[in-house]
Design a protein around this ligand. Structure first.
Ligand SMILES: [Zn+2]
Length: 256
């Protein structure tokens, strides 16, 4: 049985300062990784994300201004973002709202999130959404917005009930390593509630994970462990789950 996972969300560009990029990409290829979505978070890293996507066809770029990076933006951030998006097939992301690190009264974050959602609509690109402790507010915003592009709720940490509310809005639900480690059942119950055609798995690397490519994407790495864990929860085989997630990622990112 061959191992062919996808990594629906990471920040590979943050790891390439200190290591040999080609060696890192080879580890992923040897492990059979068939698609990886690499997300930019600020003006500085958008060109680096596109450079990585230019190296391998299995790298899907996403470009956006992350809520944690709002305050470092320049006056021309939006023009630059639009320019990079137009020159590529990148998705819009990582964008979103955060009531954990940022004050919820910080209305700037919602404005900037919606401006980038507009850009995704204008250019017909999917959007990758970060949300921490703001699921109720995110739902209100999206419901009134009426999204017409697919959305990836990355690092999903909401409830099973919320999945049923977000699903009709075109959302995909992407789970990371916390599903394996959380002391609470909530996240595992949520994963089981995701409709088959909306499920994704991700590393979010290098955030909160091992520092070497081998330990994350390698044959014995954490991504493989996540697939085995989720397959057991869902009562399917690892290959069935890999096939499902890879079809879902291809549909989300419009890659056929
Ligand atoms: Zn991320």
């Amino acid at each position: 049985m061959s191992f062919m996972p996808i990594d629906a969300h990471n920040h590979l560009q943050e790891m390439t300062h200190s290591v040999d990029v080609e060696a890192l990409l080879c580890v992923c290829e040897e492990a059979g990784v068939t698609l990886m979505a690499v997300n930019g978070t600020s003006e500085e890293d958008w060109p680096r994300v596109l450079e990585l996507a230019g190296r391998r066809s299995w790298i899907q770029a996403a470009l956006g201004l992350h809520p944690w990076k709002l305050h470092g933006r320049s006056d021309t951030w939006k023009l630059q973002l639009k320019k990079w998006l137009e020159q590529s097939n990148a998705a819009v992301g990582e964008i979103g709202i955060d009531h954990w690190k940022l004050d919820k009264k910080d209305s700037e974050q919602e404005g900037i999130f919606l401006e980038q959602l507009d850009l995704a609509h204008e250019l017909k690109r999917p959007a990758v959404i970060h949300c921490i402790r703001a699921w109720g507010r995110l739902y209100e915003l999206l419901k009134s917005y009426g999204p017409k592009v697919p959305l990836q709720l990355h690092g999903y940490s909401g409830s099973a009930e919320e999945i049923r509310r977000f699903e009709p809005l075109g959302c995909y639900f992407s789970f990371g390593f916390t599903v394996m480690h959380s002391p609470r059942e909530k996240l595992r119950t949520a994963l089981k509630a995701v409709p088959q055609e909306r499920l994704l798995l991700e590393t979010d690397a290098p955030a909160g994970s091992e520092s070497t490519a081998e330990a994350i994407w390698g044959v014995q790495g954490n991504l493989g462990r996540l697939y085995s864990y989720a397959a057991e929860l869902l009562n399917v085989t690892v290959s069935q789950l890999e096939a499902r997630c890879s079809e879902n990622a291809a549909r989300l990112f419009g890659r056929f």
